[in-house]
Ligand binder design. Structure first.
Ligand code: UD1
Ligand code: CA
Length: 450
């Protein structure tokens, strides 16, 4: 049996935030969501979240989590040992291993946790913890071991003497305990330390044969106590994601200038130019060229597409499309193949058929365009009457002249030509020319009359 407990009751004073620390976002997910996800591969029988500071807010955010967490209230928050003492009642009948995770250590790899658990089970230790050698161990608890590699004590940074502080082996805040052994020593913790709190780390010296597993990739064990560490973790996570995609055949011209969500998927031979950002659930096909300077959110882009200096949000772009510079594709823009969207064009909730072009200065909203439509510069679909949105339809091979306004609801047939500067309020039949503007009147000799 395995229970996972996450320490998530602390305030996170050093963040200087109204948000509880474990709800701080890191690359699109909260610290707490990340910590839970890291342990989900172990399929724990119980998931216990210890909450305290702004408990309701934390609980509200996590109550529908698929891991079915049990929320354990720690009030007041009297240290990490006190937090685990709150499990005495809910785990009274439990017999197995307890994996304790710090809610503020978000970048642990699933393999590392699996390795920790395997080592713990094989060695028969009453406790096994993750450690790391840090060049700068400031702020972390220091881990001391004997010649047999057994951990004898953990001393918090603020409780260390000068000599102890030289030790670079640190406690990562991730522990596997034999619950039957831990529950015997938990009630004996004392608060005789600099913070006057009950420390979970003090149990280690009281348990038999405590072992530790040294993690070599320090990004995994970085704890987040302040905004600097939050930014550091964001940078480390981004490094990991970019390295993954570099290995998978994506080129980055200036990798560090780009950010990518973990959900984003790229095909082969994609080139990402500088200053591009991919957020949410993006899917980019093979041989696309994105950037420089584009923001792509929850978008699906086919193969061989080009996006230059544009914002694409919840839109779908077919193979061979050419977007930008300075285009804005908004939710439910759905482009067929080889569509051209040019400068200063905004598309919202519209289907644009293959081969169509919207090249300059247009707004296309709530519209359905057929194949090979040519939308003239400055064409606007006037979709909103002040109360409701209405649909504009344009058939295959039609052309709108520059500065046309299509007042929706309106249907333009196929092979239609619309004269420049027209305001179209009535439907137009296939193969027609529609002109809806005042006739030009020239007053001759106007100047000489004055
Ligand atoms: C803790 C460890 C330290 C380790 C470091 C790794 C202790 C005493 N120290 O120090 O050895 O090197 O993590 O990152 O455990 N929390 C509660 N209830 C409380 C206090 C804290 O749930 O009463 C939670 C916090 O929300 C946080 C976690 O426990 O998620 C760790 O608390 P924090 O105060 O950040 O401990 P550190 O000083 O970082
Ligand atoms: Ca911490």
């Amino acid at each position: 049996m395995l229970a996972v407990a996450v320490l998530a009751a602390g305030k996170g004073t050093r963040m200087k935030s109204s948000l509880p620390k474990v709800l701080q976002p890191l690359a699109g997910a909260t610290l707490l969501e990340r910590v839970i996800k890291n342990s989900s591969c172990l399929n724990p029988d119980r998931l216990l979240l210890i909450v305290g500071h702004q408990a309701e807010r934390v609980q509200q955010q996590l109550q529908n989590h698929p891991g079915k967490p049990e929320f354990i209230l720690q009030q007041p928050q009297n240290g990490t040992g006190h937090a685990i003492q709150q499990l005495m009642a809910p785990l009274a009948e439990f017999d197995g291993n307890l994996l304790v995770l710090n809610g503020d250590v978000p970048l642990l790899k699933q393999e590392t946790l699996a390795q920790l658990l395997a080592m713990h089970c094989q060695s028969g230790a009453e406790a096994t913890l993750l450690t790391a050698m840090l060049e700068n161990p400031n702020g972390y608890g220091r881990v001391f071991s004997n010649n047999d590699g057994e951990v004898t004590a953990i001393v918090e940074d603020r409780d260390c003497d000068c000599e102890q502080r030289q030790n670079k082996l640190i406690n990562a805040g991730i522990y596997c305990f034999k619950w039957s052994a831990l529950k015997k020593v938990l009630p004996t913790l004392s608060s005789e330390n600099d913070q006057g709190e009950l420390y979970l780390t003090d149990t280690i010296a009281m348990l038999n044969n405590a072992k530790h597993l040294i993690v070599s990739d320090i990004s995994e064990i970085t704890g987040i106590n302040d905004r600097q560490q939050l930014a550091d973790c964001e940078a480390m996570l981004q490094d990991r994601i970019r390295q993954h995609w570099l290995k998978e055949g994506v080129s980055f011209i200036d990798p560090k200038s780009c950010t990518i969500s973990e959900e984003t998927q790229f095909g082969r031979d994609v080139v990402v130019e500088p200053q591009c950002h991919f957020r949410g659930n993006c899917k980019i096909g093979n041989s696309c060229r994105i950037g420089p300077g584009s923001l792509i959110i929850d978008a699906e882009i086919g193969n061989d597409a080009t996006v230059l200096m544009s914002v694409i949000n919840s839109a779908k772009i077919g193979d061979g499309c050419n977007i930008g510079p300075f285009a804005h594709l908004r939710p439910q823009a759905d482009l067929g193949e080889n569509v051209r969207i040019g400068n200063f064009v905004e598309i919202k909730k519209s289907t644009i058929g293959s081969g169509s072009k919207v090249n300059h200065l247009s707004y296309i909203g709530d519209a359905k365009l057929g194949l090979n439509v040519n939308v003239g510069a400055g064409t606007i679909t006037a979709n909103y009457d002040g109360k409701n949105k209405h649909l504009s339809t344009i058939g295959d091979n039609s052309k709108t002249g520059a500065n046309s306004v299509l007042v929706a609801p309106v249907t333009i047939g196929s092979n239609v030509v619309i004269g420049a500067g027209s305001t179209i309020t009535k439907d137009v039949q296939d193969n027609s020319l529609a002109i809806g503007r005042a006739r030009q009147y020239n007053k001759e000799n106007y100047q000489s009359l004055n």
